[in-house]
Design a protein around this ligand. Sequence first.
Ligand code: FES
Length: 171
Amino acid sequence: MTVQASVGSAEALPRDKVEHFDRELAEVLKRYPPDKKASAMIPALRIGQEVFGWCSPAVKKLCADRLGTTESRAEEVATFYVMFHNHPIGKHLVEICTNVSCCLNGGERIFEQLKAKWGVKNGGTTADGKYTLREVECLGACGTSPAMLVDEEMYERLDLQKVEQILGGLK
Ligand code: FES
């Protein structure tokens, strides 16, 4: 049975996850003066995303409520930074850099081949929900390009065969 959390949203947030969120947020808020806790929106959303999987409207409302600010403030921050997912994503997030160095060394080709293989657009999720594919800007690994992030882990000096190997090893 899903227990409704008291965030006043139409969406149910499981109580155990809300408690987890609150514990993590309490640690972060120790670093903020009590009257400035609204400034902790980025870490709050980050925790919310980790705990609940994505920044749903209910998660944004939870962050806003806990920080004593508005849902529109949470929305502004969540939609400004690309690391926040405002839609559900697949089990694994695959981010391919197609910026200049990576593009010249085959990053764009890898991205296009994965898109075609999975039948998704940029930001799309495979039909089985296993992968979400995103094109990203420079990952800071230009000297060892092309590079990709998979679930925030960096892989460098790639070609399609290596990418297939890495992705094939994911559960
Ligand atoms: S251009 Fe891809 S890591 Fe810099």
